[in-house]
Structure formats: structure tokens, C-alpha cells
Design a protein around this ligand. Structure first.
Ligand code: B4P
Length: 190
């Protein structure tokens, strides 16, 4: 089994790369953002609650997200592995993920951290706003999402660095170039 966390600030290309990697490696793509957006679209109780947080760029409460992830993992028992996209978002979620995988006799193997500068992040997300109509892709909310990333999410790096699982990747370049850089790490090529 191979379990990968795709990590990085909003707009760094996590979702974009996760879709490509899940196809090429045959892994299950588990995006907490996508699951939450689906819950919002379906107006489920979780979706109605999550929307209040997501529209402000804040993190949805840990207990809700954790339960969602357990459900998604257990629905895919027997999978070759998972690409966790947008999860964990803080150290509590990281500890939770480690424990949940341990109980299923597996673990995280790689944390791939996409590194992209602030101006490029803003440019990409404002560009996406013109194409999709995500309610959290406006400048004020984007700046809050980036702030929350550095305040709450960034410390997750240290958690996996201490386990020897941290792999930084330059996230600037074409989608293919970034994908090649990640694949080199996952296939252990030089
Ligand atoms: P997410 O859905 O995870 O959204 P995101 O961080 O903005 O990244 P995303 O994956 O969509 O974008 P990407 O970088 O691929 O989270 C949204 C919200 O959900 C959070 O703010 C939070 O409220 C909630 N949430 C999610 N998970 C949670 C959790 N675990 N706990 C609590 N709350 C949670 O791409 C961005 C744009 O860049 C795209 O338009 C793409 O086309 C473009 N792009 C990608 N790669 C590029 C490249 N190489 N060059 C140019 N453009 C590129």
C-alpha cells in the first residue's frame, strides 16, 4: 500500500496534481474539499454547517472532517493506497490520520509539499474564480485561507519531517513539469 499526502497552500496545485497521480498510480483520490463541496451542493446537514466555515476561508471543525475521512477510507478498503488532498489541515488531523491508518495496519509514506510563492497563488485562484464559481475564491477570502494555511496547516510539515516523510517540491511550472517532479520522488528516481 502507498499513502501520499499532497500538501501546500490554497492554489498550490494539490487538487490538480492529485487527479493526475491517482490515475497514473491507481490510488484513491480523497479530497476533503471536494467531499465538503458535494455535501454543500446536496444541502446535507454537514454541508449546511460546512458552508459557514468555507465561505469565510476557515477550517471546518476537525470532528466533522475526521469522520468524513474515516468513512471514505473504509468505503475503499482493499485499495492500493490513497492520495490525501487537503487533509490533514492541522496537527490534530495529522495525529488522527496516523492513528486511523495504524489501526488499519498501514501508514503515510510521503508528504509531498508543493511550494508556490504568494503572488502566484493569488494569480491562480483569481483566475480559477473566472472559470468556476467557488464562493471562497475572492481576494478577501483567499488571503484568509493563505493566512490560516501558515498559522494552522504549515506546522503539519514538522510532524511528518520528524518521521522522515517530508518531500518539498517546486510547484511553479507547468502542470506536467510539477507532475514529473512528484513522480520522480514517488518512483524513487534520481
Ligand atoms: P480545498 O478544496 O482543499 O481547496 P484549495 O486549498 O484551494 O486547493 P485546491 O486543491 O482546490 O486548488 P489547487 O491548488 O489544485 O479546500 C477548500 C476549503 O475546504 C478550505 O478552505 C476549508 O474551508 C475546507 N476544508 C478542506 N479540507 C479541510 C480539512 N481537512 N479540514 C478543515 N477544512 C477543510 O488549484 C488551484 C488553481 O491553480 C486551479 O485553478 C488550477 O487549475 C491552478 N493550477 C494548478 N496547478 C497549476 C500550475 N502548475 N500552473 C498554473 N496553474 C495551476
Amino acid at each position: 500500500m502507498i499513502n501520499v499526502i499532497l500538501f501546500g497552500p490554497p492554489g498550490s496545485g494539490k487538487g490538480t496534481q492529485a487527479i493526475k497521480l491517482s490515475k497514473s498510480l491507481g490510488l484513491i483520490h480523497l479530497s476533503t474539499g471536494d467531499i465538503l463541496r458535494k455535501a454543500i451542493a446536496n444541502k446535507t446537514p454537514l454541508g449546511i454547517k460546512a458552508r459557514e466555515y468555507m465561505d469565510k476561508g476557515e477550517l471546518v471543525p476537525d470532528t466533522d472532517v475526521a469522520q468524513m475521512v474515516v468513512n471514505a477510507v473504509d468505503r475503499n478498503a482493499g485499495a492500493k493506497g490513497f492520495i490525501f488532498d487537503g487533509f490533514p489541515r492541522n496537527v490534530f488531523q495529522a495525529r488522527f490520520l496516523d492513528k486511523m491508518l495504524e489501526e488499519r495496519n498501514t501508514s503515510i509514506h510521503y508528504l509531498i509539499a508543493l511550494e508556490v510563492n504568494h503572488d502566484e497563488l493569488i494569480k491562480r485562484l483569481l483566475n480559477r474564480a473566472k472559470i468556476e464559481s467557488r464562493t471562497d475564491d475572492n481576494l478577501e477570502v483567499i488571503e484568509n485561507r493563505i493566512k490560516i494555511y501558515f498559522d494552522q496547516t504549515f506546522p503539519v510539515i514538522e510532524h511528518y519531517k520528524s518521521q522522515g516523510k517530508f518531500y518539498p517540491v517546486n510547484g511553479v511550472g507547468t502542470v506536467e513539469e510539477v507532475n514529473d517532479r512528484i513522480c520522480k520522488i514517488l518512483t524513487k528516481e534520481e
